[in-house]
Design a protein around this ligand. Structure first.
Ligand SMILES: NC(=O)c1ccc[n+]([C@@H]2O[C@H](COP(=O)([O-])OP(=O)(O)OC[C@H]3O[C@@H](n4cnc5c(N)ncnc54)[C@H](O)[C@@H]3O)[C@@H](O)[C@H]2O)c1
Length: 327
């Protein structure tokens, strides 16, 4: 007989709120393990619907070795019409399996875990890439991911001076500014796209399906771009920048901006390296160009952060244990 652990979203949100620095450490060390070849992270599998083309569900199975020995799968839906229903676009569960027996061990609500690992990854990259103090942040796309990124940036070593934000939907920006002021304590000024693109640190977190930033736009040397939504930038802008990804094979897929750049040039030479390589000291960045970090979003990060959340939920009595789940 095996027990099964269930952890609910509000409890996970509480754990993640208190453990931001730990989550960034876990994400950084998982990137290092991934760079060292100590993970198994197959391609994400996309379930799409011809009669509902804007919606999708993605399966991300993954395993972390090197003594961590955790495995599982995230199953995450994106249904953009949910915003008009007043509920978040994305929802998810994470299944963790025991590595000795392969048996399912736990089911965790995972939209919070997914947002936290994405935001922690962005903050880890920004800590590595941003130089100096008094950094201006320009957010493009003001949803759940953008607010979680600001939360992690604010609690990281990045010294934020000002935040500006742009969204196609003006009401989303004003709601975002109110939420960020109340929950994170940062002031956000609504601006047009061109102003947001001039910030020291530009964060793309839209749901754009294809590039809309002008092909002749150029970021300045020293600017850092977190290309979280992956499809906002045309190939010309990617090719004029130093490009870091989380995983080359993963990121050059599904018509991401780096994938479009590969299709345009027939080469991957414009990819400078991975964030894991930078963290492990095997990748050094040249001066004189803006840096674009494009994280495809690795399942290993969900497994790593989810495992931490499960352990913490068991420690603090936030887990529900179903006895004799498998018998
Ligand atoms: N790379 C990763 O690891 C990773 C992980 C999680 C989410 N994401 C991506 O992050 C993005 C944001 O996720 P979310 O949950 O915050 O979404 P959301 O739906 O809550 O918010 C997206 C916002 O972008 C705005 N928007 C759409 N197109 C725009 C445009 N062209 N210009 C300006 N604003 C625009 C929308 O109005 C909306 O307010 C999604 O594309 C999601 O797939 C990436």
């Amino acid at each position: 007989m095996s027990d099964f652990i269930v952890v609910a979203g509000p409890d996970i949100a509480d754990i993640l709120r208190g453990d931001k620095a730990e989550v960034r450490d876990i994400v950084a060390s998982t990137y290092r393990l991934h760079d060292a070849g100590d993970t198994i992270n197959p391609d994400s599998y996309f379930l799409r619907f011809p009669h509902k083309p804007d919606s999708r569900v993605i399966a991300l199975p993954a395993y972390i070795g090197a003594g961590v020995n955790r495995m599982g799968i995230k199953w995450i839906s994106s249904f953009p019409d949910n915003l008009s229903r007043g509920i978040p676009r994305a929802s998810a569960v994470l299944i963790l399996n025991d590595f000795e027996t392969g048996r399912p061990l736990a089911c965790l609500e995972s939209a919070h875990i997914s947002a936290a690992r994405t935001a922690a990854s962005a903050a880890v990259a920004a800590e590595q890439l941003c130089r100096g103090t008094g950094i201006t942040v320009g957010v493009v796309g003001t949803g759940v991911i953008a607010s979680t990124v600001l939360d992690h940036l604010h609690s990281s070593t990045v010294d934020i001076a000002d935040v500006v934000a742009h969204d196609l939907d003006h009401e989303r920006v004003t709601g975002f500014a109110e939420q960020v002021r109340a929950e994170i304590g940062l002031d956000v000024a609504p601006v047009g796209l061109n102003t947001a693109l001039k910030a020291d640190l530009v964060v793309f977190a839209t749901t754009a399906g294809e590039p809309y930033v002008a092909a002749d736009h150029r970021f300045a040397p020293g600017q850092v771009v977190l290309n979280i939504s992956l499809r906002d930038l045309p190939p010309e802008v990617i090719l004029a920048s130093t490009n870091l990804v989380d995983d080359v094979e993963h990121c050059l897929k599904a018509n991401t901006s780096p994938h479009l750049a590969e299709q345009a040039t027939g080469s991957r030479e414009f990819i400078h390296g991975t964030l894991g390589g930078l963290l492990n000291g095997t990748v050094a960045l040249p001066d004189g160009k803006p840096v674009v970090f494009s994280p495809f979003g690795l399942g290993v990060l969900d497994i790593a952060v989810g495992s931490h959340v499960m352990d913490r939920a068991l420690e603090t009595g936030k887990a529900t244990v179903i006895n004799r789940f498998i018998g």
